[in-house]
Design a protein around this ligand. Structure first.
Ligand code: GDP
Length: 200
């Protein structure tokens, strides 16, 4: 089983020139408020590394974290890459942000990406931006799995129903959706074992 040893913030890239290349990466994408920062912190056992509860849409940058882990006592280093949250509509202003040129540039022709996780609040279902991203990932052959977040808000029966709806919405198999909660750590082992398979 993959063990996280240490994790540290590397940099925030604010434009295409700032993007880093050459390190195997596990990428996190999703709408603002989908629970991305909380999940990253939960996986890394670090309550503060990724900043949670930020004003949605404010941070349009790509954040890199250097993760040091061991798999069967062999050290593995890779990046966690936190993509900017999309789909933010500020109340009063009808301005919705689609995923940006920066995200598109990051995701295109990038063999560093070993796995991308698309986070969706299990209670919300998929948004148009989520569907657009799934189409983009399929087209560009980026390996991805959906993570249905905040499962603690629902009963087990509702969680499975939520997963079924998401699978239908996104036209993907239910086995491609992991159910997690950053509060209870539900699903942590599932996510880590998938990362282990992809990074090894
Ligand atoms: P981000 O914008 O995608 O990075 O989302 P955050 O991680 O900042 O989370 C957005 C909000 O949802 C915050 O108020 C979190 O406390 C809350 N949240 C995130 N994950 C969970 C979860 O697993 N369970 C519950 N109950 N709340 C969560």
């Amino acid at each position: 089983m993959l063990k996280i040893k240490t994790a540290k913030f590397v940099k925030s890239a604010v434009d295409v020139n700032g993007l880093l290349r050459g390190t195997p990466s596990v990428v996190f994408a999703g709408k603002s408020n989908s629970g991305k920062s909380s999940l990253i912190n939960m996986l890394l056992n670090n309550s503060k590394l990724a900043r949670t509860g930020q004003t949605p849409g404010l941070t349009q940058c790509v954040n890199y974290f250097d993760v040091s882990s061991s798999i069967n006592n062999i050290n593995k280093n890779f990046f966690f890459v936190d993509l900017p949250g999309y789909g933010y509509a500020k109340s009063g202003k009808a301005k919705t942000k689609d995923f940006s040129a920066l995200v598109e540039a990051y995701l295109t022709d990038n063999s560093d990406i070993k796995q991308l996780f698309l986070l969706i609040d299990i209670r919300n279902g998929a948004s148009d931006n989520d569907r657009m991203l799934v189409n983009f990932l399929n087209y560009h052959q980026v390996p991805f799995t959906v993570i249905a977040t905040k499962a603690d808000k629902l009963s087990k029966v509702q969680q499975f129903a939520g997963r079924r709806v998401l699978a239908g919405d996104l036209a993907i198999g239910e086995q491609n959706i992991l159910i997690t909660s950053s509060q209870t750590k539900q699903g942590r082992d599932d996510v880590l074992s998938l990362i282990e398979q992809k990074i090894n």
